[in-house]
Write a protein that binds this ligand. Structure first.
Ligand SMILES: *Cc1c(COP(=O)(O)O)cnc(C)c1O
Length: 719
């Protein structure tokens, strides 16, 4: 490029386009705006994919000259300017909903604590459902304008990357995340120095620093321990999510809970409400109690009363073994300094985490602490509410089970993050303008019945074709890594069933495979073939879960299942997005009632995918007979084995008698009208209800405002 004045001037203009791109990349707002994503991608589609959809990493590869050239070539200037203006407008405006609904939260925000946040695949600080729920919560709080700050940990290796070896056994790989390409800024204290918080234990202090991440209007603070002040072991304390033993775990929980509260205070943020997403973060309550005693000169009992009033607690786990429990020794080592400051003895401290306060053998349970230190507790679906009240009834011995004060707010998903833009464009043409801002109102979705069935079907098929292409690419590269030459040719015309989630055994990924010959008959049926796509990680310590993966993966070696059964490795937000947007049916067959809510089926339904699910979690309250398919009847099983057998039979029956015939029942125009009708029913009855925006609005009304001392409203009585 020659250096004539014209060019220099143009360079200056485009430099500012580069700066605008850079600024857009600094706020994860971009991650739920398909047109902004497309703009980044168009800068270099191939690198975009290779860099894991990370705009900062992509932008760093450009020189000013190559950027200018590319922007000119692709005529990106106006798109960059437009995206930038929209971000500015978004950040400067306050949604009407918030002016009318957040009341007292305006001056005292909600502090939302979570051990993981799934915002986008380029920020690998999540493992699965819990984290993605937290990410969707934050994005929706931003959308509604709920004053909320998020607190979590930064893991420089995050959760593991998964690949399978030649025998189909899961291998874990931990990659170090490059902080330089994440939109994180160091948090500074009042003197412009790096903010560092110190947490004392009986065996020395742990130091943590904080990072700031901007997620739309929400400020997120992430702590990590990779500091020279720490001893070498503690420097890697926050390297991995769910890695290490229970000592690592309690130390991580100490950092997020106690460290998190200290960071907020150092920043001058005084929350009106503390929301604990699962028990992991419950130590936060003890630190807030300590602060109250110190600042207001009140007694321990009074401080506990006040803090409980301000604290909201969400439990996610209907399995007793799924709750963190720590030995008295670990509690002693890590909480004795705080216990002394609280002016209580060790027994009193342990009692806060015990169901039977005088049982000196009992471990300290984080969920029990969360429940005892909060006046506003909820489960994550109606059925999970019933289970949770039963599970924790011993904490309220004077109350009948149905009056145990644990309500429910059913989970939802962040619609702009999970709805395919192709579907969104289709809805745009039929729905009211700006429907997306009001998408959690039922009326919006009545218009779904105005859509031409052929158009809805075509949009679905084009998404399915894109997914098929994605699977082909992934399978090629994963078998190349194994030194195999496997390819997979899924046919977009075939009924395609997706199953992707953590490979926890209660989710029963192999339920389908109990009668292999019966399944093979379905898969090989020439007229009405079906095919399956699976994905999911097992926890590194979960051998039975890994065996399930192996079983599912190796089925492709049976010639009858060639091209009909694929396992896509390394399930993450990106894989999830492709699958929930591209399959025909989303399969979910957990052992009832162990799925507290489940959210992947909600992502699927937004895209016109029909759910075929056990009546557990959210589906127990969503299914109405005409908006998807049910496996089993939702009645209790005498025992696990007979339950599994019955559900396996029921699953095959529903596939054979309902799903497959309806899918292949075509009219003269080649369309499956009954199926399309069901897609419409699913969208009309469910898309608004299972939106995270509805969920966050419910939290505001039934949990946050009561906690902040506004109106009270009992969650138990809402339906
Ligand atoms: C949505 C999602 C989950 C949670 O799905 P469930 O249905 O709740 O099991 C887990 N992992 C990823 C990557 C997801 O996107």
């Amino acid at each position: 490029m020659s250096a004539n004045p014209m060019n220099e001037e143009r360079l200056a203009v485009t430099m500012s386009l580069y700066d605008k791109c850079w600024e857009l990349a600094q706020n994860l707002w971009w991650s739920w705006h398909p047109d902004v994503i497309a703009m980044f991608r168009d800068l270099n589609p191939e690198r975009w994919r290779q860099l894991g959809h990370n705009p900062m990493a992509l932008l760093k590869e450009f020189t000013p000259e190559s950027f200018t050239q590319r922007v000119d070539e692709m005529v990106l200037g106006s798109r960059i300017n437009f995206a930038y203006r929209r971000l500015k407008q978004y950040m400067e405006s306050r949604p009407e909903w918030s002016s009318q609904n957040v009341g007292v939260l305006g001056s005292k925000p909600v502090a939302y604590f979570s051990l993981e946040f799934g915002i986008h695949e380029s920020a690998p600080i999540y493992s699965g459902g819990l984290g993605i729920l937290a990410g969707d919560h934050v994005k929706s709080a931003s959308g509604l304008g709920v004053p909320l700050v998020a607190v979590g940990l930064f893991y420089d290796q995050g959760y593991f990357k998964q690949y399978l070896d030649a025998s189909g056994w899961q291998q874990e790989e931990y990659l170090k995340t490059n902080i330089e390409t994440l939109p994180m800024k160091p948090v500074l204290d009042g003197n412009g120095e790096r903010l560092i918080v110190r947490i004392d234990t009986e065996t020395g202090a742990i130091f943590a620093r904080a990072w700031h991440m901007q997620v739309g209007r929400v400020n997120m603070y992430l702590l990590d321990c990779d500091l020279p002040e720490n001893n070498p072991d503690d420097r890697t304390l926050t390297s991995r999510l769910y890695g290490g033993d229970s000592r690592t775990r309690i130390r991580q929980e100490l950092v997020v809970g106690i460290g998190g509260v200290r960071v907020l205070r150092a920043l001058g943020i005084h929350p009106g409400v503390y929301h604990l997403n699962e028990g992991h973060c419950a130590f936060a309550t003890l630190e807030v109690v300590r602060c109250r005693m110190e600042e207001d000169g009140i007694s321990f009992d009074e401080a506990v009363r006040q803090v409980a009033q301000q604290t909201c607690f969400t439990t996610h786990t209907p399995v007793p073994a799924g709750h963190d429990r720590f030995s008295p020794e670990l509690i002693q080592e890590h909480l004795a300094p705080l216990q002394r400051q609280l002016g209580i003895d060790f027994h009193q401290l342990m009692a806060m985490g015990r169901e039977r306060v005088n049982d000196h053998q009992e471990y300290f349970c984080m969920t029990v602490l969360g429940l005892k230190l909060s006046r506003h507790a909820n489960a994550v679906s109606c059925l999970h509410g019933i289970i949770s009240r039963r599970m924790w009834s011993s904490l309220w011995p004077a109350r009948p089970e149905n009056e145990v004060p644990i309500g429910h707010i059913t989970n939802g998903v962040h619609v702009p993050s999970w709805l395919a833009w192709q579907m969104q464009h289709l809805f745009d043409r039929y729905f009211d303008p700006n429907w997306i801002d009001k998408h959690w109102n039922a009326e919006v979705w009545q218009k779904i019945y105005d859509i031409d069935p052929g158009e809805l079907w075509e949009t679905h098929i084009s998404l399915k074709t894109l997914m098929t292409e994605f699977i082909r690419r992934r399978v090629e590269s994963q078998s190349a890594r194994r030194g195999e030459q496997d390819s997979v040719a899924m046919n977009p015309a075939n009924l395609t069933i997706g199953f992707a989630r953590r490979f926890a055994t209660y989710k029963r990924a192999t339920l389908l495979m109990r009668d292999i010959d019966r399944l093979a008959a379905l898969v090989c049926n020439e007229e009405k073939p079906i095919q399956f796509v699976f994905a999911g990680k097992a926890h590194p310590a979960d051998e039975p879960g890994k065996r399930f993966i192996q079983q599912v993966n190796n089925l492709r070696k049976d010639p009858r299942f060639k091209d009909k059964f694929v396992f896509v490795e390394d399930y993450d937000i990106n894989v999830a997005r492709h699958l929930v947007q591209g399959v025909d049916v989303w399969l979910n067959n957990p052992r009832r009632p162990l799925e507290a809510s489940g959210t992947s089926g909600q992502k699927a339904l937004l895209n016109g995918v029909l759910n075929c699910s056990v009546l557990d979690g959210w589906w127990a309250e969503a299914y109405d007979g005409s908006n998807g398919f049910a496996i089993g009847t939702g009645t209790a099983h005498a025992n696990v084995d007979t339950g599994d057998t019955r559900d396996a039979l029921s699953l095959m029956t529903v596939l054979e008698q309902e799903v497959i015939p309806m899918y292949y029942n075509r009219d003269a125009d080649g369309l499956p009208h009954l199926w399309i009708r069901r897609m419409m029913n699913s969208l009309a009855t469910l898309a608004w209800r299972f939106s995270a925006q509805r969920m966050v609005a419910d939290y505001v009304h039934y949990s946050y405002l009561p906690a902040a001392g506004g109106v009270t409203c009992d969650m138990n009585f809402r339906q």
